[in-house]
Ligand binder design. Structure first.
Ligand code: NIG
Ligand code: FE
Length: 397
C-alpha cells in the first residue's frame, strides 16, 4: 500500500461542507490530502499532514474535484456544422437533425465510433472531466444501439440506453412497432452494456404514455431510470421522472411551479445543460428557482453533434455563472457533487476521505477562475483514482 501526499494547495475546494469552511464548497487554504490505493485517505491543512511514501507539490494552485459530466451522447459519427450555421442565421432547433447523425452512425464501423469517442474523451480529460456518462440513441436499430453501448461501455461504467431518442424514419408509420422493439428486442440486446434507461419525453419524440412504457420496460430489465424532459417546451417529463424516482431529469429549460414542487419533494436531480441552450440559442433554464427551492442541481455538457458539440465542463461552469446567475461556488458544486448525485454516486464529486482520488489542478489561485477566464486553459492537470490523466503540458498519458 503506497500513500501519496498532494500538497502546496493554495485553495482546496473539497465540495464536502463538513470539511474546511463549512460552506457547500468546503474550502480549505494551504491544504493537502493523501491518496492511498486510488482513494482519498486524509484531507486537511498542509502543516498537519501525516507522513506519506511520496509527495506531489502543487505550488499554491487551486485544486477542485474532477468534473462529473453526467449527460453526454458522445458515441456517434459525422457532424452537423451546417445545421448549427443555419440555426445561428435564425432556424429553430427542433431535434429534427437527430436522423442525420443516426444515418452516419449506422454507416460507421465500430472502430470509427471508438476512435471518434476516444478523441472526445481525450478532450474531456484535458478539460478536467474524470467521470462521464454516455448515452446511446444514434443507432435506433438493434445492432447499432448495441454497438454504441459496447463502445461506451469500454469508456465508462455510466452507460445509458436511449433507444427512445426519437422514432426513426422507417417506423414513422408504425410507432407501435418501434415501441415494441425498444421495449423488447433492442432493450434485451442493450441491457448487458447499460446501467441506465433514458427517454426523450418531448413533443416530437415520445409522449407521456410512451415514455412510461419505455421506463417501465427498462426498469423491469434491471436498468435505472433517467429522463430527458422539458427541453423544447413544457411537458410531463419532470413529473414522470419524479414518479419513477429517476436519478435525474435533464434539460429542465421549461419548468412550471408544479415541476418545481415535484422536484423539491424528490430525490431526482435537475440536470441543467447550458451548452445546449447556448448552441441552440434557446433561452436559459431558471437555475435560481431550482436552487432557491433547495433542489439538487447538476451541470453537464450534453456533448452531441446537434444541440451541444461541447466537451468542456469549465465552459459549462462559465455559462452557468453568466447565464444562470449561479455563483462560481454553486456552479462548481453542481459540476462535481451535483453530477455525482445525478448518477446516484457518493464515491466521486468530492475530495473527502473514502472518495476516489479524482481531482483537477488549476493553473489559477482560485476556483473562481473557471468562470472568470472562459476559454483559457485553466485546467492544468486531471487525476483519476490517484493517477494522472493529463499531466503538466496537457499531455495525454
Ligand atoms: O440532449 N434532446 C435530445 N437529444 C439531444 C440532442 C440530439 C441531437 O440534436 O442530435 C440533447 O440535446
Ligand atoms: Fe441529451
Amino acid at each position: 500500500m503506497s500513500a501519496t501526499l498532494f500538497t502546496g494547495i493554495g485553495e482546496l475546494a473539497t465540495c464536502e461542507p463538513t470539511l474546511g469552511d463549512e460552506s457547500a464548497l468546503g474550502l480549505l487554504h494551504d491544504a493537502a490530502f493523501i491518496a492511498e490505493d486510488g482513494r482519498i485517505a486524509w484531507v486537511g491543512r498542509a502543516s498537519d499532514a501525516p507522513a506519506a511514501d511520496e509527495r506531489v507539490e502543487f505550488g499554491g494552485r487551486a485544486v477542485v474535484p474532477g468534473f462529473v459530466d453526467s449527460h453526454t451522447h458522445m458515441v456517434f459519427a459525422g457532424e452537423r456544422s451546417a445545421e448549427f450555421e443555419a440555426r445561428m442565421a435564425g432556424e429553430p432547433y427542433t431535434g429534427g437533425g437527430i436522423m442525420t447523425t443516426v444515418a452516419a452512425t449506422r454507416a460507421a464501423s465500430e472502430g470509427e465510433l471508438r476512435a471518434n469517442a476516444g478523441r472526445l474523451l481525450a478532450e474531456m480529460h484535458r478539460s478536467g472531466t474524470t467521470t462521464v456518462e454516455i448515452k446511446s440513441g444514434y443507432g435506433l436499430d438493434v445492432a447499432t444501439e448495441r454497438r454504441i453501448l459496447e463502445v461506451a461501455n469500454e469508456l465508462t461504467s455510466e452507460t445509458t440506453f436511449l433507444g427512445a431518442h426519437v422514432v426513426p424514419a422507417e417506423y414513422a408509420d408504425d410507432r407501435e412497432g418501434y415501441l415494441t422493439l425498444v421495449t423488447g428486442d433492442m432493450l434485451t440486446a442493450c441491457t448487458p452494456f447499460a446501467r441506465w434507461v433514458d427517454v426523450f419525453c418531448e413533443t416530437g419524440a415520445f409522449d407521456e404514455a410512451e415514455s412510461i412504457r419505455v421506463l417501465a420496460a427498462g426498469i423491469a430489465a434491471g436498468l435505472l431510470p433517467r429522463v430527458h424532459g422539458n427541453q423544447l417546451g413544457h411537458g410531463p417529463g419532470v413529473q414522470l421522472a419524479v414518479e419513477f424516482d429517476a436519478a435525474s431529469v435533464d434539460h429542465c429549460t421549461y419548468l412550471s411551479e408544479e415541476d418545481l414542487d415535484a422536484l423539491a419533494y424528490s430525490d431526482t436531480v435537475a440536470t441543467l445543460l447550458p451548452a445546449a441552450e447556448f448552441s441552440t440559442r434557446s433561452f436559459y433554464a431558471d437555475a435560481r428557482a431550482l436552487l432557491d427551492a433547495r433542489i439538487t442541481v447538476a451541470l453537464a455538457t450534453d456533448c452531441n453533434p446537434g444541440s451541444a458539440f461541447v466537451t468542456s465542463m469549465p465552459l459549462v461552469i462559465a455559462l452557468a455563472v453568466r447565464e444562470y446567475h449561479m455563483t462560481p461556488a454553486e456552479a462548481l458544486v453542481a459540476a462535481t457533487r451535483g453530477g455525482a448525485a445525478a448518477l446516484r454516486r457518493t464515491d466521486i464529486g468530492r475530495i473527502a476521505p473514502g472518495c476516489s482520488a479524482d481531482f483537477v489542478v488549476l493553473d489559477a489561485p482560485s476556483h473562481v477562475h473557471l468562470a472568470y477566464r472562459p476559454g483559457a486553459p485553466v485546467v492544468a492537470q486531471a487525476w483519476r483514482a490517484g493517477t494522472a490523466l493529463i499531466a503538466p503540458g496537457h499531455e495525454e498519458e
